[in-house]
Write a protein that binds this ligand. Structure first.
Ligand SMILES: N[C@@H](CCC(=O)N[C@@H](CS)C(=O)NCC(=O)O)C(=O)O
Length: 135
């Protein structure tokens, strides 16, 4: 069954295929599953066809036959279930792997994203005057 994933066609910061979508081909390459990449524009991402795949109009998405997924964590979890090297079958090895998936998304990613935003996208603004500045 063909697996199709989506990625930015282009982003204001040159993020063609270099945004969070990189997690998905990485997992697919680890498992050896073949896949295709459909590049989407910002306009297409907010259109009805893409919104039917992703309720927030973002990338990445994952399609496999009738199955459509969004959220990198859920997609990587789904892919990892095909490969005991990524997600062990034994409960005591599986649970820590799942713990690290949650940690990566909930604990590791947010401060890295804050740092990237402050360092690269808001470097011209005084600290605290960026996107999250009050009022
Ligand atoms: N929590 C989501 C985040 C998805 C996300 O923020 N995607 C970004 C690219 S990394 C996006 O599509 N941004 C464009 C937009 O929000 O309009 C995930 O892990 O899949």
């Amino acid at each position: 069954m063909t697996i199709t994933i989506t990625a930015f066609e282009r982003s204001p910061h040159g993020g063609r295929r270099l945004a969070r979508d990189t997690r998905i081909p990485w997992a697919l390459e680890e498992t050896g599953l073949p896949y295709e990449v459909r590049l989407v524009s910002f306009k297409a991402m907010k259109g009805p066809a893409h919104l039917a795949l992703h309720p927030f109009g973002q990338i990445p998405t994952y399609e496999e036959g009738d199955l459509a997924l969004f959220e990198t964590g859920a997609i990587v979890f789904h892919i990892a279930e095909h490969d005991a090297g990524l997600l062990p079958k034994h409960a005591n090895a599986r649970a820590p792997a799942i713990t690290w998936m949650f940690a990566a998304l909930n604990t590791v990613e947010p401060p890295i994203l804050d740092l990237v935003t402050a360092r690269f996208f808001e470097a011209d603004k005084p600290l605290g005057q960026g996107a999250l500045a009050p009022g």
